[in-house]
Design a binder for this molecule. Structure first.
Ligand code: NAD
Ligand code: WQD
Length: 343
């Protein structure tokens, strides 16, 4: 049987590196492309060490169309791309909208256009539950209406979804899937790859692990007066290795011609909402430690609660989240300790 090659743009990043591992372990050839704007070669080395495969890495900016053409499309015979390459900090996108629109849209336009031009049929896009905004009803299904984006970052996800939908509709043989991730957390069980934010973490779990490691003095819980059982926000925290497997399932669906529509959307979450205070408690219990935290004011722009209905992904992709939250929280802590040389 032909061995399929998958181009993983942004593959040196957090979710891309975990997905590269799962793809190789599922029997795919992988090419990683990244401009290292928010990552370093350590993740690529981690992927190689975990898999035992010298996965090729191309340092390239996806906004540079000519470089993509010559260094990826001419050089490698992939039929699928998973496009992770994007800037992802919501707050920064509000301060630097043009940089976000330019990076996230130009890179995606280039990739989609070259896939079409070179007859490479399968495009998988990293979307986000951010497209739902503050939903009127929980859990959210793929039919839950998208709300107007509240940040340039969120807007780029909506626009890229639309670009993909419209392009595959107009291009015979092209297929697109958008995976809407909920809140990815955790690390590979080997502790060789994981999330490594630059500067002060904006997301909850890296802030928790850095506080536990002593890099941050105290975690601020952004609000305990929301209309939820314990007053803190509720999210659907999805293990990054589970999320990575969803990409393998989606690529297979495209390659095997099982897509029901040229463009499809799937929620990738566990289906369970967990509050901020609950996540802290579970982290403490799973790792046998106490976390220094305090209740702070609400963070502007936070939604109260959101969690996924993953039925469509369960039924159509045959994918289920299976890692238990305690294992995920232990893996996140093991990774933080590994990074800090704590054991
Ligand atoms: P990340 O920053 O760790 O990974 C993104 C990678 O893309 C980085 O390695 C970065 O260097 C690279 N990159 C950025 N712009 C590039 C460009 N122009 N050319 C080449 N490489 C470029 O982020 P992540 O958490 O792994 O997220 C991956 C994707 O998933 C992003 O598209 C993000 O928006 C999306 N997503 C992330 C989350 C989350 O909470 N982490 C949730 C939903 C969706
Ligand atoms: C989770 C919860 C915070 C930090 C963001 C993006 C979204 C998606 C995922 C990409 C919230 C609380 C956090 C802290 C806290 N990314 N918190 N103290 O806001 O759900 O989603 O990442 O697409 O688009 O908006 O994730 O990890 O920032 O926050 O109390 O120091 O933790 O208020 O309730 P969020 P998060």
């Amino acid at each position: 049987m032909k061995k399929h090659t998958v181009l993983v743009s942004g593959g040196a990043g957090y979710i891309g590196s975990h997905t590269a591992v799962e793809l190789v372990e599922a029997g795919f050839d992988v090419v990683i492309a990244d401009n290292l704007s928010n990552s370093d070669l350590g993740a690529v080395e981690g992927v190689r060490r975990i898999t035992g495969v010298e996965v090729p890495f191309v340092e390239v900016d996806c906004c540079d169309r000519e470089a993509l053409r010559t260094r990826l499309f001419e050089a490698y015979d992939f039929d699928s791309v998973i496009h992770f390459a994007a800037s992802k900090a919501v707050g920064e996108s509000v301060r630097k909208p043009l940089e976000y629109y330019r990076n996230n849209l130009d890179s995606f336009l280039n990739v989609v256009d070259l896939m079409r031009a070179w007859g490479r049929p399968n495009i998988l896009f990293s979307s986000s539950c951010t497209v739902y905004g503050e939903p009127d009803r929980q859990p959210v299904t793929e039919l839950t209406p998208r709300k107007p984006a509240t940040s340039p970052y969120g807007n780029t996800k909506q626009i890229c979804e639309d670009i993909l939908r419209d392009t595959v509709a107009a291009s015979e043989g092209l297929r697109g899937i958008a995976l809407r991730y909920f809140n990815p957390i955790g690390a590979h069980p080997s502790a060789l790859i994981g999330e490594l934010p630059r500067g002060v973490p904006q997301n909850l779990l890296p802030y928790i692990t850095q506080t536990a490691a002593g890099l941050r003095e105290c975690l601020s819980v952004f609000g305990d007066d929301y209309p939820t059982p314990d007053g803190s926000n509720i999210r659907d925290y999805i293990d990054v290795t589970d999320l990575a497997r969803a990409h393998v399932a989606a690529v297979r669906r495209m390659i095997e011609g099982r897509c029901k529509e040229p463009y499809e959307v799937f929620n990738i979450g566990t289906g369970h909402g967990v509050s901020v205070l609950e996540l802290i408690r579970r982290f403490e219990q799973a790792n046998g430690l106490k976390l220094n935290y305090r209740i702070a004011g609400r963070r502007e722009g936070d939604i109260v609660a959101i969690w996924a209905d993953p039925t469509r992904a369960n039924e159509e992709l045959g994918w289920h989240a299976r890692r238990n939250l305690d294992d995920t929280l232990r893996a996140a802590w093991a990774w933080e300790k590994h990074v800090r040389g704590m054991e």
